[in-house]
Design a protein around this ligand. Sequence first.
Ligand SMILES: Nc1nc2c(ncn2[C@@H]2O[C@H](COP(=O)(O)OP(=O)(O)OP(=O)(O)O)[C@@H](O)[C@H]2O)c(=O)[nH]1
Ligand SMILES: [Mg+2]
Length: 385
Amino acid sequence: MNPRTIRGSSLRDALSRVRANLGEDAVVLETRPLPELETGAGAPYEILAASAIESRDHLQLDHVETLGDVTTLLHTVRKELRELQSSIPSSSVTEETLAETLVHPLEEMRATLERLEGNRGDPADRSADGDPFVHELIIGGVEPVLARILSERARTRAAPTSGLRIARVPDLHAEFIRCLSVTQPLWSLGAPKAVAMVGPTGVGKTRTIAKLATLSTFVHNRSVGVISTDVKRIGGTETLETLAELAGVPFEAVSDVQDLKAALGAMGARDLVLVDTPGVSPWDDDGLAGLDAMFAATGLERHLVLTSDTPADRARLLGKRFGGSHLRSLIVTKVDESAGPGSVLSGVWGTGLPISHVCDGQSIPDTCHAIDPERWSERVVGTRT
Ligand SMILES: Nc1nc2c(ncn2[C@@H]2O[C@H](COP(=O)(O)OP(=O)(O)OP(=O)(O)O)[C@@H](O)[C@H]2O)c(=O)[nH]1
Ligand SMILES: [Mg+2]
C-alpha cells in the first residue's frame, strides 16, 4: 500500500481531491486539521489516504484470518443460544440470563472486530494492535483476543467514564486477577471427598491423579485412595496402579457402576478418593452419556482437565460437553508447553470455572500446584508500576 497525503482548503475539499486522485473507493487512513493555517480562511485539512484496490490487496490475508475468527465466534454464539433455548424452560429465560451467557462471546467478537479495524495500521503492530499492554500479555502467554479485552478493561478501570483512559500496570494486574478465579486445591478439601477427573483424551488426567495422590499423601498428610474406570483400553490402568503402589495408596480398577460404588464404599473413610475416567471426544455422545450415568449413580464430584493451549472458545464447548454446571473446578495441564503462564486464563474464561490446580511437567509429583492469582499475575504482567 502506498498512502498519499492530500491537502484541501476544507475537509470537503480535501476529500474531493482524494477521490479525484485515488478513486471513488479510496480508503481514508487519517485526517487532521492543519493548525498552522487555522487562522487563515476556512479550516484546511490534510488527509492520508490510499487507493481501495491497493488496500484490499494489502489486507486480504488478514481479512481472511479475521473473518475466520469472527465466523467461529458467531458459530459459538449461535450454538450457545440454541443450547440455552433447549436447556432452560422458556418462562425462565430472562434478559439477565441471556446477557450473562453472551457477555464473554460478545466481548471476544468485539475485540476481534476491533483487530479488523486496527489492521489498517502499521503491519508491524498487528499482533498487539500497537498496544503495549496487549503486547505484554501476549508475550506472557495470554490468548490475543483476551489480551485485547483485558487491556480495554484496564483502561476503563483507570477512567471509567471520561478522561485520557491511560491505564497503568496495577490496573492490568487488577483485571487479570479479577478474571483468574481460583478455588481451594483438592488436598485441602475439608470433609472426605471423592472426585473424578474428566476431559478429552490425552490432556493429563491420569498423570495428574498420580501427582495429586502422591502430594496429598506425603506433603499434605491426607489418606488417599485411587480408582480407575479406564479399564477397556489396553494400558489404561497399569501406570496408575504402579504409581499408587509406589505411594502406598490403595488402588481399585472397576469396570461398571456397581463395582465403582463398591470401591467408593470401601474407601469411604479416606480423606480424598481420586477417580480416573477414560478420555472421551467431545463429539462422542455415547461416551459422554456413559460418564453422565456414572456421575448420576455415584454423586461423584467432577473436575475438568484441559491443557493450557486450549483456546477460550473451545474450552467453553468442552466445559458444556463434560458436565456444564456439574463441574466443580478446572485443572490446567502442560503449562510448561504453553506460550507462557497467561495461557491458563483461556480455560477459566471459556468455562467460567475456577482453577484448583495447574500442572507444568511430566515428573511426579512436583509439577502439580495450587495457584495464587497475585503471584501468577506478576509472572504474566511483571511488577513494573
Ligand atoms: N509436558 C507435560 N506433559 C504432561 C503434563 N501432564 C501430563 N503430561 C503428559 O501427557 C501425556 C498424556 O497424559 P495422561 O495422563 O496419560 O493423559 P490422559 O488425559 O489420562 O489421557 P487418556 O486417558 O488417554 O485420555 C503423557 O505423556 C503425560 O506424561 C504436563 O503438565 N506437562
Ligand atoms: Mg488416562
